[in-house]
Write a protein that binds this ligand. Structure first.
Ligand code: HAM
Length: 431
C-alpha cells in the first residue's frame, strides 16, 4: 500500500505518546493551579468566524485555511486557531453574564493551517491555549504570560526568551496606520502584490511580510511605540511592572506585530534560544484583543490569551537535551511456564490489574529467556515466574529487576508483596 499520511501531518506513535501525555498532564495541572477551565469547541466553524476575527488580510485567512462547502452549501473551515472559537462560545453562551469575571478558559486540540511543512511547522498541529475574557487589568496580562512561562519551565526548558510589545489602542493604531501609509505609499510598487493590497486595508501587516522583509523601507518604518497615546503607554508600563514583580525577564521588541488582526495593547511571543532548535524559534504567541467580543456580537469585554503548539514544546525539550522522566509504567511481567501455570498467569495478571498494578504477560508461548528479554525491554519493575514447582507450592517466584533479588511468595500474600516491592524499588530510585 502506498497511501501515506497527508503532507504536514504526522502519526504520533506509541513510543512517543508517553511524552505527549506527560506534557498534557503538566498543562492541565498548571491550568488547575491558575483556575483556567477547559472548553471544547468544534473542529470546524463557519468560515466567516475566522475572516471576521483573525482578519481577511492575514496569511492565515488568505492562504492557509482548509475551507470547504458542506452538503448544505455552507462554507465551513477547519479551525486554524482557537481564540475565535473561544470568543464565539463566550458570546453564544452569554458567559459575559457569569458572576465571576474574567472568564478563564483553556483548550487543547488540533488546529489546521495549509503551511509549507518544515521542522516545527505542520498542517495539523496541537495547540494549547488560554483566554481570559472580561478584564482589562494589566495584572491579568502578567498572569497569562506567567502561565505560559510556567508550562515551559515545568517541562524543563531554560533557554527561553520572552518578547513583548504594545500595539496600543484604536486611537494609537489609527495614528500609526496613517504614518505607515505615508511611509510606504510612494514606493509601494516595489513591494509584493500582497503588500500592495495591505497598504490601505491593513498596512501593519506589511511589517510582517516574509517576501519583502529586506526592503530598506522596512527598517525605517514608523514604529508603533512612537504613536502610543498616553493611556496605551501607561497600560504597557503597568504590564512591564507586573512582569518585573514576578521576576519574569522580557525584552521589548517594537517590531513584534503578530500575524492575526484582533490584537491591541499587549502582544508577546516566547522563543527558544536553544542551539539546534531550527529556523522557527517561536514557541508561543499571544496578546490582548479588546474589541473581539464586540466584533463577534457580544458586549464590550476585553480579553487576552496565548497559544503554543505541543509539537514545538517537545522539539524545544529535545533541543535542550532534556531527558523525560522514566516513562515506563509497567510494574509486573508475569511468566507462566507450562499449561497449568499459564492459566494461573492469566488469572494473576487480571488480578494485578484490578489492584491498580500494571501488568503484562506473554501471548505467543515463547521461551522463558525470550519472555525475560521482553520484561527488560518493557522496563518492568518486577517479574513473576510460575512453573510446575511454584504451582505445587501455591507460590510464585518474584524477581526484582532493579536488584536481581528473588523470593518465593505464596499466592495468598502475592498482591501485598508486589505492592511493597514496587514501593521499595521506587523509593530506592528516588534517593
Ligand atoms: P499564532 O501565533 O498564530 O497565535 O499561533 C500560536 C502558536 O501556535 C505558535 O507560536 C506555535 O507554537 C503554534 N503554531 C502555529 N502554527 C503552527 C504550525 N503550522 N505548526 C506548528 N505549530 C504552530 C494564535 O493562534 C492565537 N490564537 C494565539 C492567541 C490566543 N492569542 C490570544 N489568544
Amino acid at each position: 500500500m502506498d497511501i501515506k499520511v497527508p503532507r504536514g501531518t504526522q502519526d504520533i506513535l506509541p513510543s512517543e505518546t508517553g511524552k505527549w501525555q506527560v506534557v498534557e498532564e503538566l498543562i492541565r495541572e498548571t491550568c488547575r493551579m491558575y483556575q483556567y477551565k477547559e472548553i471544547r469547541t468544534p473542529i470546524f466553524e463557519h468560515t466567516e468566524l475566522f475572516t471576521r476575527s483573525v482578519g481577511d488580510t492575514t496569511d492565515i485567512v488568505q492562504k492557509e485555511m482548509y475551507t470547504f462547502q458542506d452538503r448544505g452549501d455552507r462554507s465551513l473551515t477547519l479551525r486554524p486557531e482557537g481564540t475565535a472559537s473561544a470568543v464565539r462560545a463566550f458570546v453564544e453562551h452569554k458567559m459575559f453574564g457569569y458572576p465571576d469575571q474574567p472568564v478563564k478558559l483553556y483548550y487543547m486540540g488540533p488546529m489546521f493551517r495549509y503551511e509549507r511543512q518544515q521542522a516545527g511547522r505542520y498542517r495539523q498541529f496541537v495547540q494549547f491555549g488560554i483566554e481570559a475574557i472580561g478584564s482589562a487589568d494589566p495584572a491579568i496580562d502578567a498572569e497569562v504570560i506567567s502561565l505560559a512561562m510556567s508550562v515551559y519551565q515545568k517541562a524543563g526548558l531554560k533557554k527561553l526568551k520572552l518578547v513583548i510589545n504594545s500595539l496600543g489602542d484604536t486611537e494609537s493604531r489609527v495614528a500609526h496606520k496613517e504614518a505607515l501609509v505615508n511611509h510606504f505609499e510612494p514606493h509601494i510598487a516595489e513591494f509584493c502584490s500582497d503588500c500592495q493590497n495591505r497598504l490601505q486595508k491593513n498596512p501593519l501587516r506589511i511589517l510582517d511580510c516574509k517576501v519583502d522583509r529586506n526592503h530598506p523601507l522596512m527598517a525605517t518604518a514608523p514604529s508603533l511605540t512612537d504613536y502610543l497615546n498616553e493611556e496605551s503607554a501607561a497600560y504597557f508600563e503597568k504590564v512591564k511592572e507586573y512582569l518585573s514583580l514576578l521576576n519574569i525577564p522580557y525584552e521589548v521588541d517594537p517590531n513584534l506585530v503578530r500575524g492575526l488582526d484582533y490584537y491591541n495593547h499587549t502582544a508577546f511571543e516566547i522563543m527558544s534560544t536553544a542551539e539546534g532548535f531550527g529556523a522557527i524559534t517561536t514557541l508561543a504567541g499571544g496578546g490582548r484583543y479588546n474589541g473581539l467580543v464586540e466584533e463577534l456580537g457580544g458586549p464590550a469585554s476585553p480579553g487576552i490569551g496565548f497559544a503554543m503548539s505541543i509539537e514545538r514544546l517537545l522539539l524545544a525539550v529535545e533541543a535542550e537535551n532534556n531527558k523525560w522522566a522514566d516513562l515506563s509504567t509497567l510494574d509486573v511481567y508475569v511468566i507462566g511456564m507450562g499449561e497449568a501455570a499459564k492459566k494461573k498467569a492469566v488469572e494473576l495478571t487480571y488480578e494485578l490489574r484490578n489492584n491498580e498494578i500494571t501488568a503484562e504477560m506473554d501471548y505467543l508461548d515463547r521461551k522463558i529467556k525470550t519472555q525475560m528479554k521482553s520484561a527488560d525491554r518493557l522496563k518492568a519493575k518486577l517479574v513473576l515466574v510460575i512453573g510446575d514447582d511454584e504451582l505445587e507450592k501455591q507460590s510464585a517466584m518474584l524477581k526484582d529487576l532493579a536488584t536481581g533479588e528473588q523470593q518465593l511468595v505464596p499466592f495468598s500474600t502475592l498482591i501485598e508483596q508486589v505492592k511493597i516491592s514496587i514501593t521499595t524499588q521506587v523509593e530506592a530510585k528516588e534517593q
